[in-house]
Design a protein around this ligand. Sequence first.
Ligand code: SF4
Ligand code: SF4
Length: 227
Amino acid sequence: MEENNQLVGKWLEEFDADVFGIGDMSRYDLDLVQLDNSIKKRLPYAISFGLVLSKAVMDTLEDGPTLLYLHHYRQLNYRLDMIAYLLSRKIEKAGFNALPFAASQLVDWKHQKAHISHKKIGVISGIGWIGRNNLLIHNVYGAQVRYNTVLTDMPLIAFNEGHEGSSSFSCGNCLACVGVCPVGAISEDPERFDHIRCFDMLNTFKNKRNLGHHICGLCIKACSGKR
Ligand code: SF4
Ligand code: SF4
């Protein structure tokens, strides 16, 4: 199993992933959306991997998403989807099964859900914690990482939650994202994150800036970790 972990790490390095973790799907407490939930048992290992956003692109954000940020967001999603495909093929060629997901694809529009939560997978895979801005926080890159997931039956050793940072809430005294939200959706108490206010703002940005995507980026820019 240790050898398989090393292989996955080597492949992801070849594909230029910046961060990765390995999780045990029995720690994932959500159902898969619009997929047979038995997949969690048949493919019990989760590989979470991410690409770091360009600091210079993030610096272009002033009062909301820019067209350059939109392009960057989409390019990272394409690359993350390609990495998921390439990693799955490597695993299949090694004799196992692997299911690649999409980096950004809603399958339940009403409840704003994808097949799987990359954030939750990141937590169970030891990448980090859910921060005040309701995003997955890496202890080096903050919220400035986009993620994707592959599930597999290739035997792997799951990282401890907290392998890279801490899986439990570790924002500490930082409040850098709280004041930047234009609609005050972020509170000091992470339990009080206001999903509805955030979503309404994303909708406004999407329509007013003709983006075609629900993106904002302001609380991602504010959460730069130790970069
Ligand atoms: S994405 Fe934008 S609107 Fe939503 S919480 Fe972050 S800063 Fe606020
Ligand atoms: S900016 Fe600070 S408070 Fe906000 S999510 Fe990041 S680490 Fe947590």
